[in-house]
Design a protein around this ligand. Structure first.
Ligand code: HEM
Length: 396
């Protein structure tokens, strides 16, 4: 990757002192009786973090956006975003008590680079996951804590596997859901989703609840860039997950709830992902394609074979959605949050709304993806049942 000397120096700092300072601060917070207490702790370390980073930011701002190409700009955006995310985590900025970011230089740099790339002016999931370039085996992170690496690595593996599943289903669109050759693509999607289930299970058992809650998650809070507040990154900010929703037909782009979600996340995705998602929104879902033939061809071998494979993919995807919500979110967020005071619960989520509101909206997503029997929201329960009946020889 072509990087200017200043961009490279910033990157080296982010991978070096930045990680060391954050880690030291985390150890200080974590040692306290009240692990949520941040203010007034480790002030000299916080000042070092702020001031050392500031030198790099000012140098880059002076250099301007020198057109070193997408990769370099994307990397600078990620680095300034990690810097601002850490300042937020250590309460050197807090959007609730400010009208604009107290870091105007970092804001200007992030806004300039973000706007020129077509992305939100903050670090995104891709910076820490799919486009987090390892150097000699070490990827970028906020700290060097075991639990942060575990979280980043399993998130990345999960996202990569969901992307593989989405790729496979997208290829089915072009050969038609009834094509004999779709079998290999359904198999790829199934294997990839089984992988995701395995990675999430590992995360569930190996991630330390307290370390994650107190030392990892806080770096994903919303913060201001200039005047505006931008929500935190989450592992869902890539197009693959929504491609799966739309191609399986479990969510629809013309449903206002779901469409809002898509619009909200567009700028948190890489431009290439934004284009994929836009394209995907123009396709007929595989479910709708199968339903078009169910009446006439339910008994045909070609129909049954592919419909069964489709239903197996849907079931695995539903299991993933339930596992995310009932396993990961419950164990690592809802559980530990319930022990906190009301004040400490504020600003807990990456997207900003109070936790109960966020949990309800995540529940809706889970229920769409599992095609739950609900009438108060759009669910494909009946349609999937129709397909299941048809494939098992019952009346469709
Ligand atoms: C400790 C593990 C995890 C926890 C506690 C967790 C929690 C959450 C929470 C709370 C949100 C809502 C964002 C917000 O705060 O506003 C979210 C979003 C999301 N997460 Fe996770 N997550 C975890 C791991 C993962 C992994 C490994 C994946 C993918 C393989 C994933 C995929 C998603 C997706 C796709 C979304 C966006 C909403 C959606 O479309 O479902 N998460 N997660």
């Amino acid at each position: 990757m072509q990087m200017s000397a200043r961009a490279e120096a910033f990157d080296r700092w982010i991978r070096g002192s930045f990680v060391a300072l954050n880690t030291e601060l985390e150890e200080l917070y974590f040692r306290q009786e009240d692990r949520a207490r941040v203010e007034g702790v480790g002030d000299s370390l916080k000042a070092a973090l702020r001031d050392e980073g500031h030198v790099h930011v000012v140098a880059l701002l002076k250099e301007g956006n020198t057109g070193e190409g997408f990769q370099s700009g994307f990397n600078v955006l990620g680095n300034v975003g990690l810097y601002l995310g850490a300042l937020r985590r250590h309460e050197l900025t807090n959007p609730a008590r400010e009208e604009r970011s107290p870091f105007p230089e970092a804001s200007s740099l992030a806004l300039h680079v973000g706007a020129s790339l077509g992305m939100a002016p903050r670090f995104a999931t891709s910076h820490l996951a799919t486009h987090n370039r390892a150097i000699n085996g070490v990827r970028k992170s906020f700290t060097s804590l075991r639990d942060e690496f575990l979280f980043i690595d399993e998130n990345t593996r999960g996202i990569l596997a969901l992307q593989t599943a989405a790729d496979a289903l997208t290829r089915i669109v072009h050969i038609g859901v009834t094509s004999p050759a779709a079998d290999v693509l359904f198999s790829t999607a199934k294997r990839a989703l089984q992988d995701v289930l395995r990675f999430n299970e590992r995360l569930f058992t190996e991630l330390d609840i307290e370390r994650f809650f107190y030392c990892v998650r806080p770096y994903y809070k919303p913060y201001r860039v200039g005047r505006l507040e931008y929500r935190g990154a989450n592992a869902g900010d890539f197009s693959g997950i929504n491609e799966l929703d739309l191609l399986l037909g479990l969510c629809r782009a013309n449903d206002p709830y779901y469409a809002n979600l898509l619009v909200d996340k567009m700028s948190f995705m890489l431009p290439a992902d934004q284009a994929r998602l836009r394209e995907c929104m123009t396709y007929t879902s595989l479910l709708d394609e199968l339903l078009e033939s169910v009446e006439e061809h339910a008994d045909a071998d070609w129909f049954r074979r592919n419909a069964v494979a489709f239903l197996e993919v849907c079931d695995l995807f539903g299991q993933y959605a339930a596992q995310h919500h009932d396993g990961l979110v419950k164990r690592f967020i809802e559980g530990p949050a319930s022990g906190l005071s009301k004040a400490a619960q504020e600003g807990l989520t990456a997207s900003g709304p109070p936790l109960p509101v966020l949990l309800r909206s995540l529940e809706v997503l889970r229920d769409m993806r599992t095609a739950a029997l609900r009438t108060d929201m759009p669910s494909r329960h009946k349609d999937l049942q129709r397909l299941r009946n048809a494939t098992s020889g019952r009346a469709a």
